[in-house]
Design a protein around this ligand. Structure first.
Ligand code: XLS
Ligand code: CA
Ligand code: CA
Length: 437
């Protein structure tokens, strides 16, 4: 059964192409900075937005026209699996990502729910084997079901905590069964609304216990995926514990977990935290914690997680700049955690949206590679900090200076000479590279 009969395989046609169902920049086999584009990106489709999301919002019902919606229950779940593999095949993308509850419906009991999951996981495994498509990551949805209204690993109920643990255990088993490259923890409802009813320290301790148990269990069953935590500052709770890259790294360090995790950073989550995406990526990168990316973009004028497809070339360029400086994205990838707008309800829009995002990333990669090759920012930055490479600056950076030695220096160093930061000039240079001039 074809769910996207209108669309045939999407191919690279070059920037002169006017075919909306073609890539103009993403050429999987083209080598940029020593690797093919396919190797650089490891693009993934997000199951929840693409095959489950129905376009509903707080003001209105779903709008999406989806061929699989004529089914229900397990039949619906199976139809979505077929749609996923048809979509990946036609777009030529290697990976997908899912939450447990995206792929199979919950039953009345945990036993039944796990049985449903097993049925669909077996089907997915067969499709993976015949298609060669791979699972970038899976995760447990511990935020939709009402039982998680106080949180999962940070709930006030030990019964709910135990349920969540059982769900994580199953998630790790599913990841192993499907050979997932990564396993993600996004703290869905791990946060709080008011301190008036919250034992903050207990919640954080319990969250750390859950992560330790997960690390131990993965080791026990021989599941060697990279573990990722995905920060987000707010939504659904007011204060999400994994606020941003810096907060999450410090949490992992405090609880002796830093060696077992990296971060899955999302563009829209960084901007919700009041950062640019490249800021959070840089914070993670300099600590060796950059694991994987959720590619999307927010709206500057809206204060919530809009999960739009990434089309802003400045952002994709600076994102790929960080990825290249990181030496690549490793076992992670670029997952389109993005949804078409409610008014983009036709199945074709799913292709057009992914093509827009993929091409924006491909263009960003090419521009970033050129910027790095020409050392546009590196040379400027090295020169800007050169005072720390010799004399008194070298004393400081090598840790030999003392307050006394610096006072002695400052007393005789008058006047101090400063130089411009040249921000506007650097932005003009970035424009020049983006325009290919
Ligand atoms: C929600 C998150 C979520 C995670 C996976 O805001 O982006 O979709 O990526 O649970
Ligand atoms: Ca995400
Ligand atoms: Ca999001």
């Amino acid at each position: 059964m074809a769910y996207f009969a209108n669309v045939s395989a999407v191919a690279y046609e070059g920037s002169a192409s006017r075919n909306p169902f073609a890539f103009r920049h993403y050429n999987p086999q083209e080598v940029v900075a020593g690797k093919t584009m396919e190797e650089h990106f490891r693009f993934a489709v997000a199951y929840w937005h693409t095959f489950v999301g129905n376009g509903s919002d707080p003001f209105g019902a779903g709008t999406m026209q989806r061929g699989w919606d004529r089914y229900s229950g397990l039949d619906l779940a199976k139809a979505r699996v077929e749609a996923n593999f048809e979509f990946l095949e036609k777009l030529g993308l290697p990976f997908f990502c899912f939450h447990d509850r995206d792929i199979a419906p919950e039953g009345d009991t945990l036993q039944e729910t796990n049985k449903n999951l097993d049925t669909i996981v077996a089907m997915i495994k067969e499709y993976m084997q015949s298609s060669g498509k791979k699972l970038l990551w899976n995760t447990a949805n511990m935020f939709t079901n009402p039982r998680f209204l106080h949180g999962a690993a940070t709930t006030c109920s030990a019964d709910v905590y135990a349920y969540a643990a059982a769900q994580v255990k199953k998630g790790l088993e599913v990841g192993k069964e499907l050979g997932a490259e990564n396993y993600v923890f996004w703290g869905g409802r791990e946060g709080y609304e008011t301190l008036l009813n919250t034992d903050l320290l207990r919640e954080l301790d319990n969250l750390a216990h859950m992560f330790h148990m997960a690390v131990d269990y993965a080791k026990e069953i021989g599941f060697d995926a990279q573990f990722l935590i995905e920060p987000k500052p707010k939504e659904p709770t007011k204060h999400q514990y994994d606020f941003d890259a810096a907060t999450t790294i410090s949490f992992l360090q405090t609880y002796g977990l830093k060696d077992h995790f990296k971060l899955n950073l999302e563009a829209n989550h960084a901007t919700l935290a009041g950062h640019t995406f490249e800021h959070d990526m840089r914070v993670a990168r300099i600590q060796g914690m950059l694991g994987s990316l959720d590619a999307n973009q927010g709206d500057m004028l809206l204060g919530w997680d809009t999960d739009e497809f990434p089309t802003n070339l400045y952002d994709t360029t600076l994102t790929m700049y960080e990825v290249l400086q990181n030496g690549g994205i490793g076992r992670g990838g670029i997952n389109f955690d993005a949804k078409v707008r409610r008014a983009s309800f036709e199945p074709d829009d799913l292709f057009l949206a992914h093509i827009a995002g993929i091409d924006a990333y491909a263009k960003g990669l090419k521009v970033a590679a050129k910027l790095i090759e020409d050392r546009v920012f590196e040379d400027f930055i090295a020169n800007r900090y050169r005072s720390f490479d010799e004399g008194i600056g070298l004393e400081i950076s090598s840790g030999r200076a003392t307050l006394r030695s610096l006072e002695q220096y400052a007393l005789q160093n008058n006047p101090i000479k400063l130089e411009s930061g040249r921000q506007e000039r650097l932005k003009a240079l970035l424009n020049q590279y983006l325009l290919g001039e």
